[in-house]
Design a protein around this ligand. Structure first.
Ligand SMILES: [Zn+2]
Length: 326
């Protein structure tokens, strides 16, 4: 039996299976968690947070936002990070696919349907079934398999309150062309490639020519970065661009030590640079010790070829600025 037939047979055993015992919500549905959630998302609907308004509403009392559904049974950070319960069947399936080269994962679809509003003191329990595993598909990200799960949420009486389908693509990341050549020496790790699209490709082409461009609204003249289709000030879709002078100041910064992502030097000075034109750009500060970077430090653009195909707009303290900041 071939490797791939073996894998098919192994995968088939997961389809239709529950991933583990029901996930029981660690907390009852409760007003404080609802209030925090509404504050963070800016949801001002008073039926979620104001008992008096809620009492007079069609609900007759406080209810939880339906889209909080996953919150109630979600494992805490400590549990999700290990040291928690034994691995479930879904984790086992992901590990199996990783062993066969499908090492990356991305969520692609989620659908939720609500049977009723949840209310304070509801106890939510979730059961998840692996519904389907697709044959191998080729996507822009790489070759992979879609995994569909369906989670059913129930209350303390066992009545269904909602359900959710979730689809992920578990895939073999597309390899850069050079890595495909067996003769090539192991490639030196390189920086992550920027995500280029219809909306920002022109900007990267500018960088390749040595120009740091700033998108400008052709209607109202407002500058914007990063590139995007619409002006946030007047909603115009018409735009052109101007070349930045390259002068700016450090608006904010961090020095990154962990995780040590391959292709980058650590410690890594990551800065939000405010250009003198007014827009801000995330970049790295080079040419001084990472711990010498200071808010307000004047910096100057330095286009750098960080490898054979990637040029990046980096920034260097203008002469003397790093010493003065100490
Ligand atoms: Zn505009």
């Amino acid at each position: 039996m071939s490797n791939s037939e073996e894998l098919e047979r192994a995968l088939a055993r997961y389809v239709g299976a529950e991933i583990g015992p029901p996930a029981v919500g660690p907390d009852l549905v409760n007003a404080p968690m609802v209030r925090h959630w509404c504050e963070i998302l800016g949801d001002a609907n008073p039926v979620y947070t104001d008992p008096d308004v809620a009492a007079r509403s069609v609900h007759g009392g406080l209810v939880a936002p339906p889209t909080m559904l996953q919150v109630w049974t979600m494992a805490g950070v400590a549990l999700a990070g290990g040291g928690g319960p034994a691995a479930d069947l879904q984790q086992e399936l992901h590990a199996l696919l990783s062993e066969h080269g499908y090492t990356s994962v991305v969520a692609t679809n989620c659908e939720q349907v609500y049977d009723r509003y949840l209310r304070p003191d509801d106890r939510v329990t979730a059961t998840t079934v692996i519904e389907a595993i697709s044959p191998e598909k080729t996507t822009g990200l790489g070759t992979g398999r879609f995994i569909d799960t369906r989670t059913t949420y129930r209350d303390a009486k066992g009545e269904r309150v909602a359900w959710m389908t979730f689809r992920v693509l578990k895939f073999k990341p597309a390899q850069p062309a050079q890595a495909a050549s067996p003769a090539a020496a192991p490639a030196k790790p390189r920086r992550l490639r920027p995500l280029r699209s219809h909306d920002n490709d022109w900007w990267w082409q500018g960088v390749a020519r040595g120009d740091l461009l700033i998108q400008r609204c052709a209607e109202c003249g407002t500058l914007r970065h990063p590139p995007r289709p619409m002006c946030g000030a007047c909603q115009s879709l018409r735009w052109d661009s101007v070349a930045a002078s390259g002068r700016g100041v450090v608006y904010s910064h961090v020095v990154m030590h962990h995780p040590p992502i391959p292709g980058y030097g650590f410690p890594l000075a990551v800065a939000l640079v405010e250009l003198e034109e007014g827009t801000r750009i995330v970049s790295n500060v080079v040419g001084c010790a990472p711990d010498a970077v200071r808010i307000g430090m004047p910096v100057q653009l330095e286009m750098q070829d960080v490898d054979e195909e990637l040029r990046l707009p980096l920034f260097r303290p203008v002469s003397g600025a790093a010493e003065e900041a100490r």
